[in-house]
Write a protein that binds this ligand. Structure first.
Ligand SMILES: Cc1cc2nc3c(=O)[nH]c(=O)nc-3n(C[C@H](O)[C@H](O)[C@H](O)COP(=O)(O)OP(=O)(O)OC[C@H]3O[C@@H](n4cnc5c(N)ncnc54)[C@H](O)[C@@H]3O)c2cc1C
Length: 1014
């Protein structure tokens, strides 16, 4: 039941809202102003969603294009959609697309027009490229009765120099603005609030812009780095009487941003400073709690701060990211929920205005009117609340607010168009979104009455369609596919970090234990042990593993063969049940198992957790696949004859797995083999034996009958070779280097005495993966992806990038940024939370890598690094190494090196880049960074790789989404985690039975053998 108070508030909200609309109507831009035509263009663009998307993509790539020819080429590629089922393009675009050659006169004119139009649009949202331009623009604002807050453009910093430059720009803005601000004519509405004078200079700052690495899993390290950069800016502001506001960014950085803000303001130097503020976002349920916490904290501190309330600027990306990661979205999913939260939180703020000075950033007339009505209703003096809007958006509203003698602050970013692209795109999305209030009010002519509705009266508003995966499968999949990937682990959450630390402690307490072989479910000792060392600290013995030999291999083969007979008689359903049970167990033990990966193979915590998640996905996916194959039994029964086609086991399968994904790949191969009813022997990489043993143990605990899965650790030259040659082994599933893979294939092809036949071999082998960087690539994005692909896990993943092929036009820019960003990487112990690059796997690997680098130095130009730890001191660390202008045929560009060593190759054209990429015997993974639809299409058709990644890193593939595997010298077999994988561990069998007995043919379709069982 609405109370009298709430009805009065609603009436006041409508009254104020109508006044704003009426005044805004009078202040609409005339047809002769640029503002009118900008608005007209936005409206026009949003009539056709497909065209809007194409235009956004074109606008996004435009600042990165280096010539008119390139601009005209991209304009045509993005906008020419003739014949693909869409309505005809607007006439001006059709006319603009009339050119055939991008370097023709029309092409050049179109390019110039596009640059001009885009520049005008971008300028609309930006205060200027330099502090001087910003000062002039802000003076214009002040003359129009609005004050300002300035922000330095630029996000996602990849090099520390850029982060430092951002900090310096902030310092310059504070100082230069503060120097001239006292000379500006006074304006009592802008320069004072009910509690006293306000600083004329107001700067908004993004914390992520002043550091090159924001690592949510390392709050302590990130906080220290941010504070080091933040303090001088706050100090300068305090000294010059300027105001600093901390902006709020993505959800992943929210909690840490709040913590850093609170921490620095409790330091003695800033303890009594009130000219500072922060943003609270209420497009998420966290928002109100964050606000309440902040009010409590500010009361405790006893000195006021300012809070800017916003709904939030990252709705699209956060929502899509949550779907991709398997998380529930942290944001509201209905627009009215954000609007209603804004109103509730506004009340909380105005009620506490003595300690939290309220500022409201919105272009929604209903939201603004409600805030002003609340101010009145709660008896606060006028201008207790400050209103804030973005430069270039909703200018008629701004004029209305100024006329109503409210204090209005305009948010205006400073910087060039290139660094402002993310900001510019956010504004375009916001301006053209269906849900946007501005669009509804000014473009869609929704009646004022409806626009001023209470968000709680939302029944008539259709829900926003939410992003969701689009899955297209053949019928049999569509009916059965229940598989979902394991959700990502967010180390930004304290409970995940705590769980990891607890797991580290528990693992350390078990260091030094002995890990025997497992045959028929029983531990078997070989009499000899080898030590697993922590590659980050080789003096630490993680454990001792049994060193097996050919004798033990014989016992394991016998056990597996015996177990296969009964295990294969179980149905695929039953076998799938065991895998599913293992899935649940591994999910519960995720952190425990990940800790061993960190200690035994030197993975960082993120990589270790990703490895376990992949293992879980394999178990779940292969359980589903086993059921699918079980249901795919084909029957063709005729009178007197039954015929059946189904999958039977191969027999004894040897699984030989690598150290690079020691749990994921081992689990994948072993799970596939047991799912198809085989008896299995696992031989892990000797450097990853403890991890391998733990997975075998888990699968046995999950309910595999004794002997189905056996564990025989040892040296490759003993156990691996013995398995590959063994006459009792029917199949070898191998993943590892090409060097070992080739040997295994040779051994397996021999026909030893007593062998029943040739072995089936599945081999995923080495690679020389390349990424092509096209001349229109987003260089920052490409550099970030190269670093992750080439240097994370010290370049030891089979999918690691070891060649980058860069187009001539962009080569110098790319190299400068790559070397700068890579030089900031300092390898460190993988257990530490901030580590991105840990050690190499062992002393031999480090020695081999060093030799390869020394050799390469003789034939190519070394641009960076190659520092290695001294033998015997600390871990097996090697800093990233980059060689430039490498010849495509150089040894460095041809031979597999499992180390953080990258060869950068120059190409004159995209076609040449593809030829170079295809110019090795390997064909595992490859990447391309390009914003040209034509070149992306070319790469998809012509790059000879098993897995192609476009505009993303090449090292993370997810089961079912990106089935994984190579061709040519990189692999024999079909893709792991894909729909054809399990069949490789099976033999398709045909059984035909004559059911006729002396002229009697059974009427039903049951086989005689089935009747006997019944
Ligand atoms: C001066 C100023 C400073 C700003 N600073 C920041 C900042 O530091 N951090 C930041 O994140 N944003 C910031 N913003 C951006 C601001 O978040 C957006 O401009 C704002 O959300 C748009 O809201 P509105 O009330 O103007 O428009 P409306 O059209 O009423 O609201 C649009 C907003 O609703 C939300 N929304 C849209 N669809 C849905 C849905 N289906 N379910 C739930 N919610 C939905 C989104 O947040 C969207 O932005 C700032 C804006 C201004 C004006």
């Amino acid at each position: 039941m609405p109370t009298n108070n709430s009805m009065a508030l609603e009436t006041a909200t409508r009254r104020i809202g109508e006044e704003i609309f009426a005044r805004a109507e009078d202040a609409m831009p005339s047809v002769f102003s640029m503002e009118y035509w900008q608005q007209y263009f936005m409206d026009w663009m949003t009539q056709d969603e497909d065209l809007k998307l194409r235009l956004f993509r074109f606008v996004e790539v435009l600042p990165g294009l280096r010539s008119n020819k390139a601009i005209a080429r991209h304009f045509k590629q993005y906008l020419d959609r003739n014949g693909d089922g869409h309505p005809p393009l607007p006439l001006p675009i059709q006319m603009a697309l009339a050119y055939r050659r991008p370097d023709s006169l029309i092409g050049t004119l179109v390019a110039e027009a596009a640059k001009f139009g885009c520049g005008v649009m971008a300028k609309q949202f930006i205060a200027g490229a330099t502090p001087d331009e910003a000062i002039s623009a802000m003076l214009v604002h002040r003359r129009k009765g609005m004050t300002f807050t300035l922000d330095v453009l630029g996000e996602t910093v990849i090099a520390d120099r850029v982060a430092r430059e951002h900090q310096e720009q902030y310092l310059r803005l504070v100082r230069e603005m503060s120097r001239v601000a006292p000379t500006w004519p006074a304006n009592p509405i802008l320069d004072a609030a009910p509690w006293g004078p306000l600083p004329r200079v107001n700067i908004s700052l993004k914390l992520s812009a002043i550091v090159s690495k924001w690592d949510a899993s390392d709050p302590a390290g990130t906080t220290t780095a941010v504070l080091e950069r933040l303090r001088p800016v706050l100090r300068a502001a305090k000294e010059s009487g300027a105001f600093i506001n901390v902006d709020m960014e993505h959800y992943a950085v929210k909690d840490m941003t709040l913590e850093i803000f609170k921490q620095v303001l409790m330091e003695p130097e800033f303890r009594d400073w009130s000219d500072c503020g922060i943003v609270i976002q209420v497009y998420m349920p966290d928002g109100e709690r964050d606000m309440a916490d902040l009010i409590r904290w500010t009361r405790k501190r006893g000195v006021p701060i300012t809070v800017r309330l916003v709904k939030g600027a990252y709705w699209d990306s956060e929502t899509a990211n949550a779907v991709r990661s398997g998380w529930e979205s942290p944001l509201y999913t209905k627009k009215w929920e954000s609007d209603a939260a804004f109103e509730r939180t506004a009340r909380m703020m105005i009620e506490n205005a003595d300690i939290v000075r309220p500022a409201f950033a919105s272009h929604n007339v209903r939201s603004i009117a409600h805030v002003l009505a609340l101010e009145e209703a709660l008896g606060k003096p006028p201008r207790t609340t400050e209103l804030q809007m973005l430069t270039g958006m909703g200018d008629p509203l701004k004029r209305a607010i100024v006329e109503m003698k409210q204090r209005l602050r305009v948010y205006a970013p400073v910087g060039d168009q290139m660094s402002g692209m993310a900001y510019f795109i956010r504004r375009l999305i916001e301006n053209t979104a269906n849900e946007s209030f501005l669009r509804q009010s000014f473009s869609q002519d929704t009646p004022t009455e409806a626009l001023l509705n209470n968000p709680l009266d939302h029944d008539h508003i259709p829900d926003t369609p939410l992003p969701e995966p689009y899955i297209q499968d053949p019928d049999e999949y569509a009916e059965m596919n229940t598989f979902v990937n394991e959700s990502d682990i967010d180390f930004g959450k304290a409970h995940n970090r705590d769980a990891m630390e607890k797991a580290f402690k528990a693992a350390r307490a078990q260091f030094g234990h002995q890990h025997p072989a497992i045959i028929r479910g029983e531990p078997v000792e070989s009499g000899k042990w080898f030590d697993s060392l922590n590659p980050s600290e080789p003096t630490q013995v993680v454990g001792h593993t049994a060193m097996c030999d050919a004798r033990i291999v014989d016992r394991a083969v016998e056990a597996a063969a015996e177990a296969c007979r009964t295990w294969s008689a179980r149905s695929l359903e039953e076998r799938a049940d065991v895998l599913e049970h293992a899935t649940d167990m591994l999910h519960d033990e995720l952190f425990t198992q990940a800790a061993w990966l960190v200690y035994e193979v030197g993975k960082t915590r993120q990589e270790a957790v990703a490895d376990i998640m992949e293992a879980i996905d394999y178990l779940r996916f292969y359980a589903f696949e086993a059921r699918r194959l079980g249901s795919r039994v084909r029957r063709r029964d005729y009178p007197g004859e039954t015929n059946e086609y189904f999958y039977g086991p191969r027999g004894v399968v040897a699984v030989i797995s690598p150290f690079c994904f020691p749990m994921a790949l081992l689990t994948g191969m072993a799970a596939a083999a047991v799912a198809m009813g085989n008896g299995v022997i696992v031989k892990p990489a000797s450097t990853a034996s403890i991890c391998g043993g733990r997975i075998v143990d888990l699968l046995n605990r999950a309910g595999l009958p004794a002997g189905v899965l056996n564990f025989v650790p040892g040296r490759g030259s003993d156990v691996g070779e013995a398995l590959a040659k063994h006459p009792g082994v029917d199949m070898v599933a191998f993943t590892g280097s090409s060097r070992v893979g080739r040997k295994i294939i040779d051994f397996a092809r021999q026909l030893p005495h007593g062998a029943k036949g040739y072995k089936h071999v599945l081999a995923e082998m080495g690679a020389k993966n390349a990424i092509i960087i096209d001349d229109d690539a987003d260089v920052d994005q490409a550099v970030q992806a190269t670093i992750a692909s080439a240097f994370h896990y010290s370049g030891q993943k089979c999918t690691a990038c070891s060649r980058v092929i860069v187009l001539d036009d962009i080569y110098d820019d790319y190299i400068a940024k790559l070397v700068e960003a890579a030089s900031g990487i300092k390898p460190a112990a993988s257990e530490l939370p901030g580590t991105t690059v840990g050690p190499l796997i062992d002393a031999d690997a480090l020695k081999r890598a060093k030799e390869a680098v020394d050799t390469a130095k003789r034939e190519s130009k070394c641009l960076l690094g190659g520092d290695v730890s001294e033998p015997g001191k600390g871990g097996y660390f090697m800093s990233p190494v980059i060689f430039g202008d490498v010849k495509p045929t150089a040894k460095l560009a041809q031979e597999e090196i499992l180390a953080p060593v990258l060869a950068v190759i120059r190409a004159r054209s995209f076609d040449e880049a593809i030829d170079i990429a295809n110019g090795t015997p390997y064909a595992l993974a490859g990447g391309v960074f390009s914003r040209s639809p034509v070149n992306i299409d070319k790469a998809k058709r012509l790059l000879e790789v098993g897995c192609l990644y476009v505009n993303r890193k090449i090292t993370v593939s997810r089961v079912d989404r990106q089935p994984f595997g190579g061709v040519r010298m990189s692999g024999l077999g079909t893709k792991t985690g894909g729909p054809d994988y399990l069949q490789q561990y099976a033999i398709p069998r045909t059984i035909s039975e004559n059911t006729m007995r002396h002229g009697f043919s059974p009427a039903n379709k049951t086989r005689e053998s089935e009747k006997a069982h019944a």
